[in-house]
Design a protein. Sequence first.
Length: 332
Amino acid sequence: MSEIRYSKLDNRYVVIAPERFHKPNEAFKLNLQDDNCPFCKHNEHLLEHEIFSLKDNNGDIEVRVIPNLFTAVNLDTRFEIQREGFFEKMSGFGVHEIIIDTPAHKKMDAFTSKEYFFLLKTIKARVDDLKKDLRIKYLSIFKNSGVKAGASQSHPHTQIIGLPVVPVSKKEQFMTLLRHYRQYGRSLLREIADEESAQDKRILLKNQYFTSFMPYASLYSFEVMIVPNDDFSSITCLDDDRLESLGSILQKSMELLTSELGEFDFNFDFLEPPINKSFDSEDFFDDIEMIHLFALRIYPRIFHLAGFELSQDMHINAVEPEFAVKILNRSV
């Protein structure tokens, strides 16, 4: 049974999940089809019960959502906060879902814009549904692809972990956004996006609704951030036209990265606000629409994190973003 423990020293929550110890490590070279892959088309019988699916006009499944077999948290666990002497913990309540991005066993740089659209539409649907459970306060939506990025399954998939608390690092980030808004009357993320557009040194792509750029202070080499051109705080605010636009710019950004880096490991991080108010979000929750801007970050994992990064929580980026965007823009 998992627990969510609080480290007073690090000011961080830590998920203690013994079940994850038994997670298989199946990160292998990608085949176009793996007869034993439970995520592939025609292997639906190998999966646990389906939570959600999205079908095309012909009734064919494009995206499926299932429970994570090797869950970090459990929805059936009763949420409780406990003291263990001086230490603090809470029961391992939460939700852990796997989104099977596509029935096809292939790399994401080979995704069509339609496949990206269906994936994004599914993420939006799951956020809308999960926010109805008032016990869940925050959703972590992410993708691991490749061994260096922590993936244990090569079939493209995305994960959603719903927690009864807001991670401390996220709370600190939202408090920073709140302080900036109160001082300047504008969203910090919007100001960053506008400044990137104004300087035009690190812009990768732009379409009607979204802009893709390499942040001025990129944590990772060749890191890409995608933001809406209008002020939308969550993926749930995006209509189908904007989801198609986001899928298109995401597809092209991945193609450019692959053209330069070849087959590379990466993480996606969807920047979403808390979905329900709690004790740790009450200071900023009512101001979410003003202080937060939905964004998607792509973290190429071409270098390993080492001792300095881990001990100081400070990344070392070996590739200047201005140089990286010049390399990628040669392919545009």
